[in-house]
Write a protein that binds this ligand. Sequence first.
Ligand code: GMT
Length: 376
Amino acid sequence: MKIGISCQHTYGGSGAVATELGKALALKGHTVHFFSQSAPFRLGAFSSNIHYHEVEAMHYPLFECPFHSLALASKIAEVAFYEKLDVVHAHYAIPHAMSAMLARQMLEDKCPQRDCFRLATTLHGTDITVVGADRGMHDAVRLVINKSDGVTAVSQYLKDETVKMFSPKQEIEVIHNFVDTEVFRRIAAPDILRQLVPGKGKTVIHISNFRPVKRISDIVSVFHRLTQQLDATLLMVGDGPERSEAETEVRRLGIADRVHFLGKIDDIVPLLSVSDLMLMPSDAESFGLAALEAMACGVPVIVTSAGGFPEFIEQGRHGYLCPPGDREAMTEKALLLLADGKHWQECSEACVQQAKQFETVRLVDRYEAFYERLLG
Ligand code: GMT
């Protein structure tokens, strides 16, 4: 198949899933065309059947801001036409599915005889729960859901939310996120990391785009409580609007020497490999890809019981699920794991096994079958 993938290039789960999917499809022999503003952060080396089309919006003084969504639509239309794409897979409703829908309309008069590409949309989370919930965006999101030829959601939770909010005309298929366990596995820690994480003590990690939904202040607070009971280091990976406040709080609490804000790091496997626990106390994650990647590296998790986490994390087996905002419960469960070597080891091994249930090849086969159905 010739498949177009439109996605976010920035640090975050939807871009990671879209890019890993495209790379896996290319390995299976499909031709994949990526559309985004910059090269997606996980794209890595190019191969002969992976193409990347950079979308640059026109800058014109009359426009207050460049129209990225229109530039994306035009680019998709252009490439879909001359490359005869079978499917365009939009990751995130707005702008990706909207731009792909518009691209299809742009081609209507250009190729009246030719069957235009099929539009597949994958809903990732806040495109429904935040953007879709916004009054000004609700109808736009509803439109793209109903105009897509097929829609998937990354968890049952997200499907249920979408059905509740939009009563879509068509069935939404759940295809969970996935992880390549050949890549995401515990490796020997590089020496350079030893400066950050001394041999003794426990290492806690958080990886995200530091947006309010991630509840960054809970992480700082839980970690601060942990340090009163044990020797620990916190690795904060990623960047975003909540980072500065978290750094200020860390200094105020006097734990700055134990907390390392590392910024956006693409290769997270070495960091996960020196970690004993991942903290992800989000208000709700539709899935929580970073937790699955941590589990694949043998890192147990403390997450919230809301959203999609319960679909792949079992209480007491892979870590713990706590109510959002319950810092005490999170601290208590973290201590339970970190202070008991046998329990930690069992959880770590169970995490690795559980991640294998979400192996890339399995889920990519599901996407392939989904495209085939769309193509009839
Ligand atoms: O919705 C977002 O926060 C953006 C998106 C992203 O690009 O990181 O994250 C969502 O998609 C990921 C991949 O499917 C999921 O693993 C995240 O749970 C989901 N985020 C939320 O639901 C908050």
